[in-house]
Write a protein that binds this ligand. Sequence first.
Ligand code: FES
Length: 147
Amino acid sequence: MHNDKRRETARAVLSSRRSLLCGAVGIGTAGVLAACGTTQDDNPTEQQEPDPNEPLARTSDVPTGGGIVVGTVVLVQPTEGDIAAYDARCTHQGTIVQAPDDDGVIVCPNHLSEYDISGQVTQGPAEEDLAPFAIRIDGEDIYPADD
Ligand code: FES
């Protein structure tokens, strides 16, 4: 309930901020124009792909019942010792999603699609689940899988 209220507040703030920024497009500022759609920061092609030789994180970095975002990967641990990974690019337009909140909800900050902690879309506009991302765990280190 508490987190539902926080998400609603975040939606309202984001929506009003977007309206304000997009309403200013008439003044012709390129930076403002970028705020009305997908920005370069949101562009997945600008995000560096994980290096299979570099650990994404340590297992202790991933909270039980939650997760973290590392570059283009979201690492989750729904239950203790059960670590999974998903491509962090929203299936709507590719914006990097946020780490799961206290309820395990993964929110895309761009148009507020939501995914559960298993990567399944629960609220659009995204229609597809987050894509699984293969990992291997070596001791305490979590690496992208070699294939
Ligand atoms: S990019 Fe549109 S909801 Fe994520």
